[in-house]
Design a protein around this ligand. Structure first.
Ligand code: NDP
Length: 262
């Protein structure tokens, strides 16, 4: 199926590993141009260097902290200038804060809300005009099932994600007048750098596969395993496609059945 993404431009934040990198790779393979960012430019450049072989799309890489409005505006302007506009945004940069509420400092609480809210809103407001000029403006906020099913051991992350999910609904209504769609993918546990770092810090004697299988069982993941970055990227890319033109203000769970709500 032709997803009609060839020649379009998509901004992907947090593309030096995991879901952002897999999404950028899939977009390039579809013939889209991608503008990617992360804070560590050297790591980003080496991660995206092989994308030249992934397909016909071009890649523009820049350092940008998504919580810094000026840095985001400069990055989005650069992307629009280089490729002649922006058709899609993937607000993906971020992390989860694994901590119970009594163990979370006030600065950590502020940082977590700042990352989740500005990690999307800074991008959306910087790209709004370009997205409106596209015949298929689309924003995908990468969020988590925690937004609808909080866990006490990830208390503030869960609350900040709920705020972003709520905001995504308002953004969808706000940007509908421009013809821009805004949706979310809600993730369960996905095998990326985040989990590899947690494994390394865990001191576990198990190998990574057994360690992650234990966590999958403990969390009640119906499919019994973590997801892959490619399994998430597929849904992001289809939401960016003009073929998804009547889908806005909604979310897709990519959690292997970990979500227990109706
Ligand atoms: P990774 O740790 O593999 O990648 C995170 C990326 O985000 C890196 O490129 C990192 O680069 C970048 N990043 C982090 N903070 C910022 C910032 N302030 N500004 C710009 N770039 C930043 O993560 P995943 O691929 O696992 O996660 C992607 C998204 O999915 C995140 O938002 C995460 O919270 C969310 N998610 C992931 C889940 C999972 O199980 N993997 C579960 C639920 C949600 P750098 O450090 O150089 O900036």
């Amino acid at each position: 199926m032709d997803l009609q993404l060839a020649g379009r431009t998509v901004v992907v934040t947090g593309a030096s590993s995991g879901i952002g990198l897999a999404t950028a790779r899939m977009l390039v393979a579809e013939g889209a141009n991608v503008a990617v960012c992360a804070r560590d430019l050297d790591r980003l450049r080496s991660a995206v260097a092989p994308l030249g072989d992934a397909g016909p799309g071009a890649v523009h890489a820049a350092a940008c902290d998504v919580t810094d409005r000026a840095s985001v505006e400069a990055f989005v302007d650069e992307a629009a200038g280089r490729f002649g506009g922006v058709d899609g945004l993937v607000c993906n940069a971020g992390r989860s804060l694994m901590a119970r509420l009594p163990d979370t400092g006030d600065d950590e609480i502020r940082d977590e809300f700042s990352l989740k809210i500005f990690g999307s809103w800074n991008l959306v407001r910087a790209a709004r005009k370009s997205l409106a000029e596209s015949d298929s403006g689309s924003v995908v906020n990468v969020n988590a099932i925690l937004s609808r099913q909080p866990e006490a051991k990830l208390a503030i992350t869960s609350a900040a994600r709920a705020a972003l999910l709520n905001l995504t609904s308002s953004m969808a209504e706000e940007l509908a007048v421009d013809g821009t769609r805004v949706n979310s993918v809600l993730l369960g546990l996905v095998d990326t750098g985040q989990w590899r770092r947690r494994y390394e810090g865990s001191g576990s004697e198990l190998d990574y596969a057994s360690w992650s299988a234990e966590i999958a069982a403990d969390r009640g993941i119906a499919l019994g395993r973590f997801g892959t970055a490619e399994e998430v990227a597929f849904h992001i890319v289809t939401l960016l496609s003009p073929l998804a033109s009547y889908t806005t203000g909604t979310s897709i769970d990519v959690g292997g059945g970990v979500g227990r709500y109706i």
